[in-house]
Design a protein around this ligand. Sequence first.
Ligand SMILES: *Cc1c(COP(=O)(O)O)cnc(C)c1O
Length: 371
Amino acid sequence: MSKEMIPFIDLKAQRARIAESLNRRMNTVLDSGTFINGPEITELEAVLAQFTGAPHAIACANGTDALQVALMAIDLRPGDEVITPSFTFIATAEAIALLGGKPVFVDVDPRTYNIDPNLIEQKITPRTRAIMPVGLYGQCADMDRVQAIAEKHGLVVIEDAAQSFGAAYKGRRSCNLSKIACTSFFPSKPLGCYGDGGMIFTQDAELAERMRMIRGHGSKKRYYHEVIGVNSRLDTLQAAVLLSKMEIFEDEIALRQQVAARYHELLSPFIETPFIEKHQLSVFAQYTVRIPDGRRERVMKALEAEGVPTTVHYPMALNLQPAMQAYGQGPGSCPISERAGGEVMSLPFHPYLDGETQTRIAKALRRALEG
Ligand SMILES: *Cc1c(COP(=O)(O)O)cnc(C)c1O
């Protein structure tokens, strides 16, 4: 039985919906010829600052750069430690390591997959500078508790909101829950552009100015360089794309809730569905379930044969990654994350996933689990 493959993320429906606005905005950029630092960049920064509530937004080339520029702005020095969850995409820890810092991994809550605040304090040392929580799968970490710990110990909180842009925590938006936040506009993220892109948010005017300078070769005045910086610009065309997508983003967040609710209805009779805390609104960057007992690979194969693609976010906890062995937190140090790496499986998810397709996915999953 060969069936048509369901797309894991379908960007076509969205494209059709914004076509008119998108064509107009992109043509404006093409006609202007201002491909770098066009007015769309400042416009987008203003729109996203307004949307998140964060007073300052600084566009950059991608989410990884956003994290790195943020860490440079707090003057992270070699040997400084940054606390971060052991279950996330590599970029979170990579940015720390690239600056000579030491990523210190803290295990996650088994229900939300976000950093477990109960385990943070025991990892704080005199070298700790910052805590970098991640809003994995689209749900924010327990930011109030993280913030309280940070304040008590004089640490900076940098939210990695690459997956949680648009999410809300106790009625406040992701990217305005800490001094600094970073997001990504990689095409498959909740707010994605048509290439690479990123944004840094801050509540602090001085830091904002510093991050703007670092992003542009450490320069405030052209050809005068105050500090060592990087080249991390967002293309004007990508800003145009994002401005069009922002016109429908609120509605897409609502659609994401509907799709998640339908999955919950279809799947909860036979599998545990994602746990979203009462005070949280997830944007479901991923819709991730658990397939324990070593059955995941078989289930994924069975689903694939039925035209249902799945992905694993992520197969290996960061403390187990070969690239992270220098930091001395090997097997057994983050048991929840290590176990999750062998069990999690993400299903197709996007705002335009229809009920009929979801029913097909649910039936295939049920068969795969029984078979
Ligand atoms: C995608 C992602 C990043 C990196 O974003 P890029 O734009 O791809 O550089 C960082 N952290 C997390 C948690 C991500 O999911």
